[in-house]
Design a protein around this ligand. Structure first.
Ligand code: PDD
Length: 280
């Protein structure tokens, strides 16, 4: 596999990263995961905007935004994925700083890593719906930044998998925030609810698309917190994300949602989403 690292296209095994890279020592960096539909990077501009935001919030000096798109397509070509759907992972850390110290210097040059991989179509698997578990949100208070410092999410997702679940959905006090790598939606009386944009969630690109598509299809979306003690009053749930797309939730902890099959509003949104991405 050929990857991109700091200006070079090279075999994965030839990438050399310093142990003094602040990404390695402090998880001092940001990332983005994108995917293609019809061979085209989906909502590239939204991902780029979020990448710029994350870098800016952390004062990481990175300027070569114009190159990212080109690098992704070149990597796809080199790795013979250009005729397939692929995902792109971009990671930018603050760079190398020696000796180790917590406070960062301003002149560092960021380390940039990009890789692509083939997207495995998991629609059949997720179309029938997934189980999620609930966990206390122990993440930091800047979940709006797509930082690589995501150990709480890593632990939460691992726990989900150990419970045969697809995702862990977090709550803070009585409020559902989001999943470990997805945004969370609930439906009650045909109205769709999801947490508002704030420092408690990542503003998902798929979330944005779903809200847009709901608006265009006269489905009402309310950006307000779903309360843990009101979960029983909702009859459908779903999660969204770049690779998760729109995935129905049919089990929440021990509760079988609906009849254990995707709800009708969720199905409708999922189909609208599938139709939309066919056309982009
Ligand atoms: N995760 N919330 C969190 C905490 C996420 O990490 C993600 C994305 C999302 C959904 O965002 P989007 O729709 O832009 O993919 C919400 C990516 C896929 C990842 O961790 O690789």
């Amino acid at each position: 596999m050929i990857v991109y690292f700091n200006g070079n296209y090279l075999p994965l095994d030839d990438v050399k990263i310093s142990p003094y890279d602040r990404g390695f020592q402090f998880a001092d960096g940001v990332y983005e995961t994108l995917r293609t539909y019809n061979g085209k990077l989906f909502r590239f501009d939204s991902h780029l905007k979020r990448l710029k935001y994350s870098l800016n919030e952390l004062n990481i000096n990175f300027e070569q935004f114009n190159e990212i798109e080109k690098i992704s397509y070149e990597l796809a070509e080199i790795n013979n994925l250009h005729k397939k759907e692929f995902s792109t992972y971009i990671q930018i850390t603050r760079g190398v700083q020696f000796p180790r110290k917590h406070n960062f210097e301003n002149h560092l040059s960021p380390s940039v890593f990009v890789s692509v991989s083939e997207l495995i179509d998991n629609r059949q698997q997720v179309e029938k719906g997934v189980k999620v578990i609930l966990e206390k949100d122990i993440r930091w208070l800047r979940c709006d930044i797509k930082s690589i410092s995501i150990l709480p999410s890593v632990l939460a997702k691992t726990k989900a998998v150990s419970f045969n679940a697809y995702e862990t959905v977090f709550y803070r006090d009585n409020f559902i925030t989001e999943g470990s790598h997805t945004n969370f939606f609930a439906v009650r009386n045909d109205i769709i609810y999801t947490a508002p944009v704030s420092n408690f969630i990542l503003e998902g690109v798929t979330r944005e698309v779903v809200i847009e598509l709901c608006f265009l299809n006269n489905l009402k979306v309310v950006e307000d917190y779903i309360k843990v003690d009101e979960l029983k009053t909702f009859n459908e749930f779903f999660i969204t994300g770049t690779t998760t797309e729109v995935t129905p939730v049919i089990q929440l902890n021990d509760r079988i949602v609906g009849d254990g099959i995707p709800g009708k509003v969720t199905k409708l949104i999922q189909n609208i989403f599938y139709e939309y991405v066919k056309s982009v």
